[in-house]
Design a protein around this ligand. Sequence first.
Ligand SMILES: Nc1ncnc2c1ncn2[C@@H]1O[C@H](COP(=O)(O)OP(=O)(O)OP(=O)(O)O)[C@@H](O)[C@H]1O
Ligand SMILES: [Mg+2]
Length: 612
Amino acid sequence: MTVRTELRLLRMVVPYRGRLALALGTTALASLLDGFTLIILIPLLKHLFGTTGALRTGSTRLEEFVSRVTEPFVAGLTPGQAAGRLVLVLVLGLLLKNALSYASTQLSVGVQEGLVRDLRTRIFDHLLTLDLGYFQRTRAGQLISGMITEVDQTKTVITASLLSLFQNLVVVATTLVVLSQISLRLTLLTLACVPAMVLLLQSLLKRLRRHSRARTRERGEVTATIAERIGAVRLIRSYGEEARESARFAAQATRYRRQVIRTQRYSSLTSPLTEVFSGFLVILIIWAGTRPALIGLSAPLAPEAIIVFLMAALKLTSPLKTISSYPAVMAVTLASAERVFEILDEPSTELDRPGEGTARFEREVLFDRVSFRYGRGDPVLTEVSFALPRGRVVALVGPSGAGKTTLADLLPRFHDPTGGQITMDGVPLTRLTRSSIRALMGVVSQDTVLLNDTVYANITYGSPGATRQQVEAAAQAANADLFLSQLPEGYETLLGERGTRLSGGQRQRIAIARALLRDPPILILDEATSALDTESERLVQQAIDRLMADRTVLVIAHRLATVRDADEIVVLDQGRVVQRGTHEQLFRSGGLYRRLYDLQFRDQEPVLAVER
Ligand SMILES: Nc1ncnc2c1ncn2[C@@H]1O[C@H](COP(=O)(O)OP(=O)(O)OP(=O)(O)O)[C@@H](O)[C@H]1O
Ligand SMILES: [Mg+2]
């Protein structure tokens, strides 16, 4: 699981390999320069201490190594001049090293932000292909948190994992070379202590990973609560739930805090542990370095050798610390990455499958013993059969919860039947691409969905090629032109979050204009159950009547006028068709239709669904 997640993350970095290689290259160069300045330090110190002759390292290796490195800079100079030259080289080296580090940081920012962008757009695109049921199961806030916070966390894989790890490995390697030139035995002794450290850290990581995962979940819950409660601010106010909401949120924030503390307990522990460990190392080096017999040297090391060795050994501590904390950082990062991949791994149901054809509609849509259930729930539709011939209007009626909306959702393949089939001109819908089916359909739902964009953008949503005249004609047919002309900026007026700057009736008319503009051969209409005032109601109904004209319509009817005019009425009860026929036939034969009629339609009021 872990390895897989890491590999998948790395694969996301592949497009940036050029830039990343450059970043790694500059990093390596910077580290080499670092080691180089360290070596330059030896002759300088030697000069300052005034020691002459070979360093007492027990061998002449260091002497040879140092002179090989420094020779080009000091050849033919007096000792005094040489010292001056070495200082200059040191300063230049320092400047160059930092310039390179800066460049590498900038490069890595480019790579990691590229990764963030790619992951975000991938999740977004993926969400667009997921089953509707997924969005009903998942809190939107959890998805937002995944796309924002967790994706942001995963970029650490670039800074922490790739660059930092690499940089520190290079530092460690160059430093080890310097160290081993001073004293191989001392170096080996130093290195012998590392596995102990690694073992110690390992035990921390498992816990850290587990707590990081829990933290990721809690973070998503916090975001989800915020998003949902902001959307429900009217409800909270009307029912005076402020105090309880506040307490509930505080409790959640506290849970998150607790989880962060738990996680930090382990991740913060890595730092002091390595600190103590490096302190221990320094003492060990001084102690062993000054006792040559202990490590098998003939004489103690020269002071400059010990100083440089110590400096080098200390230089090791920071990279070693980073390398050793790398698994901890990665544990946190991977917990976030897991969440990201969890979303990306949701199966896409919306993608066209090979073999699916393009929908054509000339004759009729046929529901043939269609059954459906949500997930593993109880059947919502059972063996529903009826025909929707071209140019006809079929009205669905039935008590609330009968399955009307569910049935209408099967037509544009928002869900596929779990039994039976729906055919269009004889071809099962499941053998046709969703996009081609939906291109034939306009959907006007019970609750109108508007985006926080201009009126114009909302009407042309789904018809990007529409001309201004067409838009205005659609608005006019939808009885929206009058109120639109009264808006401060007309078609350019922004509608606010979910179109809340318009009244309910106005929103519906915008949605109708949108469907009119698209001009689909098939219309799926879920008549609004919410009563509008008489005037608004008349405008909306007139618009709907224009929309229904000359189209094949499946309408979930809540109006007497609609059922009267329908070519066929299908009466649903608990997911089964209990009656079929025209208004006159059904009215005469009594039964459920008659009871619904008495309750719903009698006063010609547009109200609706009755709980049974
Ligand atoms: N996403 C869902 N997951 C699980 N069950 C669902 C889901 N949507 C609807 N149901 C259930 O399916 C049944 C039919 O719901 P549906 O929305 O189709 O009824 P309806 O006839 O449109 O009712 P109304 O007239 O109130 O709109 C109900 O029992 C409902 O609880
Ligand atoms: Mg419904």
